[in-house]
Design a protein around this ligand. Sequence first.
Ligand SMILES: *Cc1c(COP(=O)(O)O)cnc(C)c1O
Length: 392
Amino acid sequence: MEHYPSLAKNYAPPPFNAVKGQGIFLYDDQGNQYLDFTSGIAVTSLGHSHPKWTSAIQEQLHNLVHCSNLFGIPSQQQLADKLVEIAGPGRLLFCNSGAEANEALIKLARLHGLKKSKKTGQTCHQVITATNAFHGRTFGCMAATPQEKIQKGFHPMLEGFRYAEFNNIESFKEQVDPSVAAIMIETIQGEGGIFPAENKFLQDLQQLCQDNDLLLIIDEVQCGIGRTGDFFAYQESGITPDAIGMAKGLGGGFPIGAIWINQAHEELFQPGSHGTTFGGNPLASVSGNTVIDTIFEDKLLEKVQKQSKQWHEKIHNLKTKYPNKIHEIRGKGYMVGISVDDALAITHSSRDKGLLIVPAGQNTIRLLPPLIAEETHLNQSIKILDSVFKNA
Ligand SMILES: *Cc1c(COP(=O)(O)O)cnc(C)c1O
């Protein structure tokens, strides 16, 4: 297809028009059915049109859609309670997207730096992020994303970011001095090509932050909300972050983002520090509540843990079968990256065979089934990938 004449050309021309989604399947306007392992890029965590999600949203539509944070929003308070129960004592601030969550986190880092500079007498506002990271497309997030393809054309960047090598604690240590306020890191780099942070690396980062009074900020926008089989991917490492950013899967398709702030730093934001018109509005909050409730009621974390084991085994069997075509398999749970020679070509031929996947980083295909994916769906993806690699 061509670019649609009245749409900006930011995205590649689409292969088809998507008009319907049901469970794990997406349908185009020609009636073709696709196994959707993109999940709207890790968004539709409950699949499409999940009955619990759809009816909760429908009910809320009749009650109250929006009223701003001028007033108390019970569904937002409930969502915050749920996330505190999972992440630990602290507070939530809601927004509408991953980039907005990270912007709020960068602001939090600046406030922490200011507080620190009052103690030390030295200016402090630097944030260290990792090579190959992706934190979003706004000016703050772009500066946090040391990738030429993201920053190109938009210089000068927001000042105050330094970069260190992912999974290399010594590299992070080298960047720390009194002007540094925070470290921000994805637990599993998503857009960068599915690269998990090692548990030891995260633990060492936590120690580094404690030793130097830095905020440890974890970007779970893509890997969080059950995708890895833990609610948050960092939980496997046993660390306690100072702040967490989340979005994508949290609303199950309705736009919502959030940051969790550890109790130790909850005084940094005060009335007037930061805000947004839509953040955590009643409809968005209901979508988040329904996603979290469904994850626990339907035991989706256990399901992802159990089913992904067999699925990963089968992906590794494909690598054994096609050793020259599959180079590496990375990721956890329902977040898998397979490095290949030509990710775009593999993505296209998978689609032609009815499986939707999405390229990531350099030469990686990314598989992000919804958390509701059953063994049969996972097996179907293996069958399709087998025939794709056979002909690749
Ligand atoms: C997608 C993503 C973002 C940006 O989220 P948007 O909702 O697109 O602004 C930030 N961080 C990570 C890790 C992401 O995957």
